[in-house]
Design a binder for this molecule. Structure first.
Ligand SMILES: [Zn+2]
Length: 495
């Protein structure tokens, strides 16, 4: 790993109170760490210099909830709600082969890197066989992203004709595979660690407690679950349930938490558990108002971070989710005044607050704030370099760089992405993928260009489409609603 010198850029540096200062400085990277941050660092002959004149150097973005396997399903859910997606998206994992998972996962990771995500929490609900999870991990390693791969004992589809779910989500191989993987973790020079994703609370306290205890005994530090309190999902509180089981602690990362009460927020804060807000899916699929900026839930903003959730449904960009979270919260806030014939005197929430949700607060959500989430000496070199002179960024980048990133940028303005000291995107293009040893046989090549990945994704998508096109989604949705004991009288056309 060569040393890198980022010369003459404007770096977004957090102070101890989480304020982000735009500072003109050089940054020296040695190995995978930030070694120096000083105004003038001279280049030694062995160092690779990246000219950062007119560029913004940002901490890499942290995405705390993402299903990275779903690339082949992109474009299917644009006009769907949660219960539609559960069939047309989530349940389609049953039609994926292990190779499909490899390509889907690799495509998801590479889209994320291209959009500046350097760390992701992968809720990997793809576990149809030991091989499925192993190839997904191998794809993650190959991509170069930093990931907490949250292995997921998954509710599996047993049959499509008629639709039914397996009654045995925890067959013995599920936990023995977890043990096997934990014995091999971490993967990819330590970049990919193992977490647990768990949504099988219907199995009851004893089973839940024994799975969590096994995970923790295997060294797992992040346990993530979906948590939505509404008529489409469950009116019960996962926060209360975990608290009641004695399992609510700092290892818990709950995605969404929409519909949470002030008491839920209090329990989460008290336990230092965290939340991943995913505005695109929450707003579209009627999960509820994103909680990250709900001031009626004391402490919730502090415990929150941001996730992409489904890149099958929306762009895989943390910055895109920042923008939506901020403007949706402002819209809701402003309406409270408008509805009473009044107007707010000050704007609600700031670009800095939402920038923090996608950087330093993401790091806290996974207990890694000493390693990632901000630009500081000794932290790992996970950095994103924006060109400040593109049509989108020019003038904004020079006047207020955080605003330029949050409100003006797209992945096209990201010139360079560095993960763990390695350049993964340069001159606006993804670098070569070095295929991890485990997947070499499947791939048949040692390196891949993005075009190779895209070609394989298209082949895989076509094969999947042939399996999917004749399925009866309407009937499957009806059966799933009954199977999950969702109160159908609450699902209405208008209110
Ligand atoms: Zn999700």
């Amino acid at each position: 790993m060569a040393s890198l010198l980022l010369k003459g850029g404007t770096a977004l540096i957090h102070d101890t109170s989480d304020h982000v200062k735009a500072i003109k400085t050089d940054i020296l990277i040695e190995g995978n760490k930030i070694a120096k941050i000083e105004p003038e660092i001279s280049a030694s002959p062995t160092v690779e210099v990246i000219d950062c004149t007119d560029k913004i150097v940002s901490p890499g973005f942290i995405d705390t909830h993402h299903h990275l396997w779903q690339t082949q399903l992109k474009g299917r859910h644009a006009d769907e709600l949660l219960l539609d997606y559960m069939i047309t998206g989530n349940a389609q994992s049953s039609n994926f082969t292990p190779a499909d998972f490899f390509w889907g996962e690799l495509g998801g990771c590479l889209e994320a890197i291209s959009a500046g995500t350097t760390t992701v929490v992968d809720h990997a609900h793809l576990n149809y066989s030991p091989e499925a999870s192993k190839l997904a991990i191998s794809a993650t390693v190959s991509s170069g992203i930093r990931s907490i791969f949250c292995y997921c004992p998954t509710s599996r589809v047993a049959s499509w004709k008629p639709f039914s779910m397996s009654r045995q989500p925890l067959e013995p191989w599920v936990l023995t595979t977890l043990e096997e993987l934990a014995g091999q973790a971490p993967f990819g020079d330590g970049r990919v660690t193992l977490g647990l994703a768990f949504d099988l609370y219907f199995l009851g306290k004893d089973v839940v407690a024994s799975v969590f205890s096994k995970a923790k005994s295997l060294g797992i530090r992040t346990i993530t679950s979906h948590y939505v309190r509404n008529a489409q999902f469950s009116l019960a509180s996962t926060a209360e349930l975990l608290h009641g089981f004695g399992l609510l602690d700092e290892s818990i990362l709950l995605s969404h938490a929409t519909g949470a009460t002030a008491e839920d927020a209090r329990l989460l804060k008290e336990a230092n558990a965290h939340v991943s807000t995913t505005p695109s899916t929450e707003l579209q699929m009627a999960l509820g108002q994103p909680v990250c900026f709900r001031d009626d839930l004391p402490g919730m903003q502090e415990q929150s971070s941001l996730g992409v959730d489904c890149h099958s449904n929306n762009a895989g960009s943390v910055v895109g989710e920042m923008r939506l979270a901020l403007q949706a919260a402002r819209g809701t806030w402003n309406d409270k005044f408008n509805e009473k014939g009044k107007a707010p005197k000050v704007v609600n929430k700031t670009v800095e607050e939402v920038f923090n949700l996608g950087t330093i607060q993401g790091a806290r959500a996974v207990g890694m704030e000493d390693q990632i989430g901000s630009i500081a000496i000794g932290k790992t070199a996970d950095l994103v370099i924006f060109d400040g002179t593109t049509p989108a960024m020019v003038c904004a980048a020079q006047h207020e760089p955080v605003a330029a990133v949050v409100l003006h940028s797209s992945p096209a303005d990201i010139e360079t992405v560095i993960v763990d000291g390695n350049i993964r995107k340069a001159a606006g293009r993804l670098g070569k993928v070095e295929v991890d040893e485990i997947a070499r046989k499947e791939v048949g090549k040692a390196t891949l260009d993005w075009k190779d990945v895209a070609r394989e994704l298209l082949k895989s998508r076509e094969a999947l489409q042939r399996k999917i096109q004749d399925l009866d989604f309407v009937e499957a949705k009806k059966r799933m609603i009954r199977g999950y004991y969702i109160d159908e009288s609450k699902l209405v056309d208008e209110i």
